[in-house]
Design a binder for this molecule. Sequence first.
Ligand code: TRP
Length: 327
Amino acid sequence: MKKRVLSGMQSTGKLHIGNYHGALEHWVRLQDDYTCYFFVANYHSLTTLYQNSKEVYENSFQVAIDFLAAGIDPGKSVLFIQSLVPEHTELHLLLSMFTPISWLERVPSYKEKISNIEFADLTTYGFLGYPVLQTADIILYDAHFVPVGEDQLPHLELAREIARRVNHYYGDIFIEPAPLLTPFSRIPGIDGRKMSKSYDNAIFLGDSDEQIKSRIMNAITDPARIKKSDPGHPEVCNIFAYHRIYSSDILSQIESECRTGKRGCVDCKKECFRNLTTALSPVRERRFRIENQKDYIKDILREGSKKASYYASGVLNRLREKMGIMF
Ligand code: TRP
């Protein structure tokens, strides 16, 4: 019997190469060895964007398209939308009864947002309960493993605690999920800050060749390097960070040519563009092929959500029966 894996992403909009190398690429590789559930966490996005549901709707589509483009295969894995599987909302409610408020108030992502004046409108019931919903997402599928980045570890720990608490009162209903740490991907934006849609420094899987080229040609390299003959410092260069991923076979050559002033940034960027687009061509071609086929995407999501619901309702029934709410 294969072990079970579940992971999700919020509906942030089109995904970039940081999302790809930091998550999707690893998810795709898990598909043969595990029974996988992957989903778009649109309710989680509504906890912060509740005033703007239209944006969350459009963004959910884009995330689903990028999942498919990356190689999440609906023939192997269950791909679904959180809001199409009502079991998530019901389990969220039931788990909320077991979850002490103090456990939620000490979650780092909550403390951080709530202490920041900018997010004053996030002192909501729903936002406090974000990790309860995430716990429901995970334990509804008897997930053994949850591939996540380091930032999600406190949420995973809380999920284990909540599962344990329910199991303590009602017997072994839920599996305590373990994190499957995805290797940290240090892929900076073109300006050297963390790659992020909101910094306008990202390269998206759905960008055209021209967009990618202009991003790369405008990227900040080694600021100390004015002339081509100046010795470069690859360790501070954003383009070199991309070469690490896309030009690994000639990395030491690039590095020494840069350090000795034999390689100019313009040529180096052109090579980076070529290697990046070559490496990502299967993903980008798939994206261009499906991105306008909304009906096809909707069919996949509805089909996946039905399968998810079928499994989740079995798990939820174990708790419903124990809690005396079935008449
Ligand atoms: N909180 C996760 C993030 O921001 C998204 C998420 C929601 C998730 N539910 C999940 C991740 C369940 C893993 C498992 O990235």
